[in-house]
Design a protein around this ligand. Sequence first.
Ligand code: ADP
Length: 482
Amino acid sequence: MKLKDPSLLRLDSYIDGKWIDAGSKRFAVTNPATGDVIAEVADHGADQITAAIDAAVPAQKAWAKKTAKERAMVMRKWYDLIMQNADDLAIILTTEMGKPLTEAKGEIAYGASFVDWFAEEARRVCGDVLETPQSDKRLLTFKQPIGVFGAITPWNFPIAMITRKVAPGIAAGCSCVLKPAEQTPLSALALAELADRAGLPAGVMNIVTGMDAPAIGQTMCADPRIRKMTFTGSTEVGRILMRQSADSVKKMSLELGGNAPLLVFDDADLDKAVAQSILSKFRNAGQTCVCANRIFVQAGIYDAFAEKLAAAAAALKVGNGLVDGVEQGPIIDMQGFDKVKAHVDDALANGATLMTGGKPHALGGTYFEPTVLSGMTRDMRLFSEETFGPVAGLFKFTDEDEAIEMANDTEFGLAAYIFSENAARIFRVSEALEYGIVSVNTGIFSSEVGPFGGVKNSGLGREGSKYGIDEFLEIKFVCLGM
Ligand code: ADP
């Protein structure tokens, strides 16, 4: 890895403001584009999680005593350092995760935006003076940080999923213990290095790397000093964390799986729908929880849409994300690759038509061809499971009610997409979709300003936006007798 500042490449856990070695106990981080081992990172477990919580408790008390402006100034410095080091951070990210470098740069800016945004929001946390129901009393609310929180993050956004949790938390005056995904610890540790340089006090953000995720999660959830868990990942692991947190009644924020429907109506702008569907479906090689998974197209526009989408997908340049012009990188690992292949094989065996792609890419490894399948039906795996790969499955529908019914026929409810130029339809369908996010006539909706989160088995709580900081605050009611 050629970095302007090689000292961003950290290989140890960051606990209480110090880099903690794990001796020979280390795990390998590989580049999914080449299969090469790029680093050996400290393999810490439950003991270091407890040590991090020991540090986070007193650090939180001191951090919360600072004024919001003081906290905001440190965060602002962290933001500046992230942006100044964006090129190096993007190289680290692409090398450990595989997404194209331009997407990695986009993620750095997106990830940094949460630090900037919540530095500002820190200063706008306001309690209330309530109208009193009795003349001899005065009623107030205080908003106070919830305390120490635990965070567990996934590999698909190695920077942004950390800042989207840590920034609102530390803005509110909390401290945290975070375990990044074992596939992508280097981005997390580089963020810690920059937070350290920005002057974030020791113990406010602790990052512990380790392979034994179940033991780490269990230790966080069992410790009563952790007052909140925030997690992005699979629904299955989200449920485990929720169960494990029950005994100490922790507040939970969960961003779990999705199975995003994308609805293209006859009255859509065809070229816009195709271009935006490509962005929604194929960015990050289809590995985001808001990527379109099931594409429902109305009968009148179906054939034209399918043809144009297949042509656009076939034109995507696949390769190592560090190479200029590459639009689709490898799948993160063999497990992810096998699932993608299984979904395609299942669809083809059950009567789907292959429009383009459909098999492992000639580059080998975990590369998979951008794939478009038409004639999809409900009994196929892709309908009920998230593919998390570069596979667009097209389902035909006749009328609006049928489209809504199919779109809602899933345990998940994170993001949904509508393509239509009819305002009344846009309102009707947006209201009827059982999803936390509805994206209309655009394949990309994420920013620090919009609330991100799902309903049903897609999770609890909202991240980003003016609401995101509430997840890290408690409301205290103070009743004052006069
Ligand atoms: P993915 O399929 O995207 O890897 P996971 O839910 O398995 O989704 O992983 C998301 C994060 O959860 C990662 O940091 C992973 O290490 C962690 N994780 C996996 N299993 C557990 C578990 N049993 N308890 C706590 N964390 C876990």
